[in-house]
Design a binder for this molecule. Structure first.
Ligand SMILES: [Ca+2]
Length: 435
């Protein structure tokens, strides 16, 4: 529907691209911006419902959907009004099937998400809405700056909520998308929202994958967590800031936010640190990290008991972060470690704390999809067990990279770059020559 991607679409795709290189190993169940899972879930294509194997006309399909919706108690006039001018969207199909060719490095993503402009805007929004944010924060334990940072990350403080009709987008994806069953559930949830009168269909806008309004909630998340804070009997995450902040806070609280604790911090690691322990899924009590020599940047000792994990998204040459339980709560909004880091750092900057102190290894180039697959194939041929050669660098691939790094005496940080692929090519060439 537009010649170039809008800012929110680019933002969401960027998240998807990053999730591709930093998938957490968890099943792809993004709570809100579902693009993350859509673009990276290779297994989704294998789970087509039976209906997909016997194509039906759109009219027949719509009849079936109407019967199902009415069976769930949605009023016929709601359904008919929602679908009066429904259009299948080629653009949605295009975005759904887009496979990212190039991965952005974490610092490129963070540069775009936590830039000076975003920080300044965030400070202003925090001030403008101070009383409201304080009230919501006191009730839920989620700090105002975290609410503002989610808002900034999801929709650039409400400016980029996606220009798609949610009904059109979800209908397109439910009718013939790769994950039709999932989107059918979301479409029925969207109809339930319309039926409850929260928003008229023509104002129900969102991303190409149906993430709605300023919070970018998927419809099922809206039904569970959206709040009418301003008391007009409508949960309006499109136009009401009280509703936006209260809904975000309820969702983040439900995701396990611990009041009074931070998301984490940048830390310094000693030389000889066991970088094979720097992985999102490896958590340890704080006492163990202290023993391993992990320190706050400004000296002293780490506070709290843990559990926490160490993240080095740019390998051992880049900054290191200790991430706590609240980091996991942020990730339930969008299951990408880079996303959660962006929200945490944006919140820090908004409240005047410094940004990242360490330097990223900006000379390290990202791998293309072909190169990622080559990396995996070469690791497999050396017996490093990277899992399926699908071009997605997750924990399995990172651990295989670590095995290879150990085998050549390099620091086992699992960071897959062009220079690492080059060393791998040399090593597998050497193996071939020896064989
Ligand atoms: Ca309201």
């Amino acid at each position: 529907m537009r010649p170039i991607l809008s800012r929110p679409a680019r933002l969401l795709l960027a998240t998807a691209i990053l999730a591709g290189c930093q998938t957490t190993g968890a099943p792809p169940v993004s709570a809100t911006t579902n693009e993350t899972s859509t673009a990276t879930s290779a297994s989704a294509a294998t789970a087509l419902p039976a209906a997909q194997q016997q194509p039906v006309s759109f009219d027949e399909w719509l009849k079936g959907l109407r019967a199902e919706a009415l069976g769930q108690g949605i009023r016929p006039q709601t359904f008919d009004r929602a679908f009066a001018r429904v259009k299948l969207s080629d653009r949605v199909n295009e975005l759904d099937s887009a496979q990212p060719e190039f991965t952005r490095q974490p610092w490129q993503y963070l540069d775009s998400m936590v830039n000076e402009n975003r920080v300044q805007q965030g400070r202003q929004k925090l001030q403008e809405n101070a009383a409201l944010l304080r009230r919501v924060s006191q009730r839920t334990g989620v700090p105002p700056e975290i609410l503002v940072a989610h808002w900034g990350a999801e929709s650039d403080y409400g400016r980029g909520t996606g220009g798609f009709s949610v009904i059109d987008a979800l209908t397109t994806l439910a009718f013939n998308g790769r994950r039709a069953a999932y989107f059918r559930t979301e479409l029925l949830a969207a109809l339930r929202i319309l039926d409850s009168g929260d928003i008229p269909p023509e104002r129900m806008s969102g991303s190409w994958a149906g993430a709605m309004g300023q919070t970018q909630f998927m419809p099922t998340i809206f039904l569970k967590h959206a709040i009418d804070e301003d008391g007009d009997n409508r949960r309006d995450i499109w136009g009401s800031l009280p509703d936006v902040f209260a809904s975000t806070a309820k969702f983040v609280q439900a995701n396990g936010w611990r009041a009074g604790e931070s998301w984490g911090e940048e830390v310094s690691l000693p030389s000889g640190f066991p970088y094979d322990q720097a992985e999102y899924n490896i958590t340890k009590p704080m006492s163990e990290w202290r023993q391993l020599g992990v320190r706050p940047l400004n000296g002293g000792q780490l506070s709290g008991d843990g559990p926490a994990a160490i993240l080095v998204l740019g390998g051992h040459q880049g900054p290191a972060f200790l991430v706590r339980e609240n980091f996991r709560a942020i990730m339930k909004y969008n299951p990408s470690t880079s996303y959660a880091l962006a929200v945490g750092l944006l919140a820090d900057r908004i409240t005047g704390r410094p940004g990242i102190q360490g330097n990223w290894p900006r000379h390290e180039q990202a791998l293309s999809k072909d190169e990622r697959m080559e990396l995996q194939q070469r690791l497999a041929s050396l017996g490093m067990e990277p899992g399926t050669a699908d071009g997605i660098v997750g924990a399995n691939t990172r651990n295989a990279v670590r095995r290879f790094q150990k085998s050549i005496g390099a620091v086992p940080d699992g960071f897959a770059t062009k220079s690492l692929l080059e060393r791998l090519r040399q090593a597998s060439g050497a193996v071939q020559a020896a064989g």
